[in-house]
Ligand binder design. Structure first.
Ligand SMILES: [Zn+2]
Length: 515
């Protein structure tokens, strides 16, 4: 989720009075069901602990799709897995990384997504760091020295303490000095990578071609113990990410001539090309079955952790809201669809495919509510540039009891989101998709795409709050006597270019990825 600066006025919904809820007792029932009979912990355990991370193209993603269909069936909600494309099939195996010389130490790390495996018995080899080079020619000359070695491709971080920790304990001078040195070191590092003629994205290929036996990186997320774990980009040699602590130790040993040797055992399976799905659940409408209210959250994740806050919590919010609605509002006026999207992480692919494949639903969408920025309580809702969004969103929020919305700030008409999460796929098509944007709970540094994105980071009371809020909003949008307006506001001048902003264009998904 990227932050969008709004020039529009902010309206605290606290000032909105005169509730117009159709049925206050139904809102009470939603609150009671979501509070007294919450299924969130059990669902979270099944999804995060038992199924695990949901990388596109893995058997675990498919297992999650199947689990969702079965879980919905248990609630009397029909759901199906809708194939939208194909992806490289891959399954993570074990990763063991140890230093074996000059002393033995178990290292903390894991292979990246889609990493090729080591040979069966693992690979034992020394390490080499990237040299300082003047230009591409010098780098090409150096390249043969990687033969038979693990190559360390990340900068040595000057500190493993997050800035907030320095801020609390360092002297001002010392903190300032560290930051200045780190900045200079980072600039120098980036310039040196440029000098090689490669980028951080394609340098691995060159190292692989030159005979490296593996790549070792450490993509620190600026929090204690947190590293971002994305995908490998090699064809035959493994890529592993090591903790800042262990990476730093090895790096200093290499630089000081201590000649450390590591053993890496990485197993993984290449499963060829596999179909990939969105899970779509439906509670049919009774009065206006061809108009739609959608609950939306991407189902896939990266796989360094278990995708608990990205986007397990959005998934749980929508499933729980659907369960509550089915129980207390089983015959909605409009059809309620719950979309659990595949491959959001590679570019909103599942939701873009749905928008492309279901123009009828997009055309008749009353509203879509998406949640995808962590476990926190929803604190902001933007009108996404729809001129009259103030009118209906405010009306729907009026029905929500104070405790579930007290912190929410609304922005109208807001600016259309061009990306960041799946609501943008609908906004681009001119359909009213909205983001239920939550408190961060240190999402950016600690859980977003990291090895620490696990069940224990879920704040269940906040997710409970969000499930109840979402259920009430869906109920209100469904019952609204009026169809929502899609009239677009005149967009502001872009602070970046000075030109008037334009409405985002729909984009086609990647339906054949990872090859
Ligand atoms: Zn996400």
């Amino acid at each position: 989720m990227k932050k969008i600066f709004q020039l529009a006025f902010m309206v605290s919904i606290l000032v909105a009075q005169a509730a117009v809820a159709q049925d206050d007792t139904l809102v009470d029932k939603i609150v009671a069901e979501g509070t007294d009979n919450s299924q969130l912990e059990a669902l979270g355990h099944q999804l995060m602990d038992v199924i695990g991370p949901r990388l596109v193209g893995t058997p675990q993603m498919k297992a999650a799709n199947d689990w969702a269909v079965k879980t919905y069936a248990g609630w009397g909600i029909s759901a199906e897995n809708e194939e939208w494309g194909k992806w490289k099939g891959w399954e993570r195996g074990i990763t063991h990384i140890d230093m074996v010389s000059p002393r033995v130490a178990t290292l903390h790390g894991t292979q990246l997504a889609w990493s090729p495996p080591t040979p069966k018995k693992g690979t034992t080899a020394g390490l080499i760091t990237l040299p300082e080079v003047a230009d591409a020619e010098a780098f090409t000359k150096w390249l043969p020295s990687v033969k038979g070695k693990f190559v360390m491709v990340s900068m040595l971080e000057p500190t493993g303490r997050p800035d907030y920790n320095w801020e609390e304990f360092a002297t001002e001078e010392s903190f300032g000095k560290m930051k200045k040195e780190r900045e200079a070191q980072t600039d120098k590092w980036n310039q040196n990578i440029k000098n090689t003629g490669y980028t951080t994205r394609n340098i691995n290929e060159a190292l692989e071609a030159a005979g490296a036996v593996g790549i070792v990186q450490s993509r620190w997320s600026k929090g204690f113990g947190a590293n971002k774990i994305f995908g490998a980009n090699t064809k035959a040699i493994p890529v592993v990410d090591l903790s800042l602590e262990d990476y730093g130790m090895l790096y200093r040993m290499v630089e000081n001539g201590d000649a450390p040797v590591i053993k890496v055992l990485a197993e993984s399976k290449d499963l060829g090309t596999v179909p990939t799905f969105n899970t779509i659940a439906t509670i049919p409408g009774t009065e206006l079955p061809n108009e739609y209210v959608m609950l939306s959250a991407h189902f896939d994740s990266w796989d360094g952790g278990t995708g608990a806050t990205d986007n397990g919590t959005g998934t749980l919010t929508m499933m729980e809201a659907a369960r509550i609605l089915k129980k207390v509002y089983p015959n909605p006026k409009r059809t309620i669809i719950i979309g659990h999207w595949g491959s959001e992480e590679q570019g909103l692919n599942g939701s873009r495919a749905f928008v492309e494949d279901h123009p009828d639903i997009v055309e008749n969408l009353q509203a879509l509510f998406n949640q995808d920025n962590g476990t926190g309580r929803v604190v902001s809702i933007s009108g996404q540039g729809f001129l009259h969004s103030y009118d209906y969103i405010t009306r729907w929020l009026e029905a929500v009891p104070k405790q579930f919305k007290i912190e929410i700030e609304t922005t109208f008409p807001g600016t259309p989101g061009g990306g960041g999460s799946d609501y943008a796929s609908f906004v681009a098509a001119g359909a009213p998709g909205f983001s239920l944007s939550s408190l961060s709970w240190s999402y950016g540094n600690y859980t977003w795409h990291t090895n620490l994105d696990t069940y224990d980071k879920i704040v269940f009371d906040d997710v409970r709050n969000n499930a109840i809020l979402t259920a009430i909003l869906a109920y209100q949008a469904s019952e609204d006597p009026e169809r929502t307006s899609r009239e677009k506001s005149v967009l502001h001048l872009s602070p970046r270019t000075g030109e008037p902003m334009t409405w985002p264009e729909p984009r086609s998904p990647n339906r054949d990825g990872g090859n």
